[in-house]
Design a protein around this ligand. Structure first.
Ligand SMILES: [Zn+2]
Length: 82
């Protein structure tokens, strides 16, 4: 998985995980709340793991995470992200 793919994949996991967490928060049923919240949390954890492992600069190996924006260039060394 290259960093650009990882950026898309972890963003997707965060969005879907966020949707599940919101469903869990607004659900009136206690068991449904737990069910959706757990799925949301797991998706978030997978997204964070993908971000931590794969979303790195190929040149300086530092994390490319920039609070939601997926940069075209490394914010640390300026290397183009492929
Ligand atoms: Zn870099």
């Amino acid at each position: 998985m290259n960093p650009k793919e990882a950026g898309k994949v972890y963003s997707t996991f965060f969005i879907i995980g966020g949707v599940f967490l919101i469903i869990g928060m607004f659900s009136s049923n206690d068991s449904a709340l737990n069910f959706f919240s757990i799925i949301g949390f797991v998706l978030f954890a997978i997204g964070a793991l993908i971000c931590a492992i794969y979303y790195r600069c190929a040149k300086c190996n530092r994390s490319l995470y920039t609070r939601g924006r997926n940069p075209s260039f490394c914010p640390h060394c300026g290397n183009e992200i492929e």
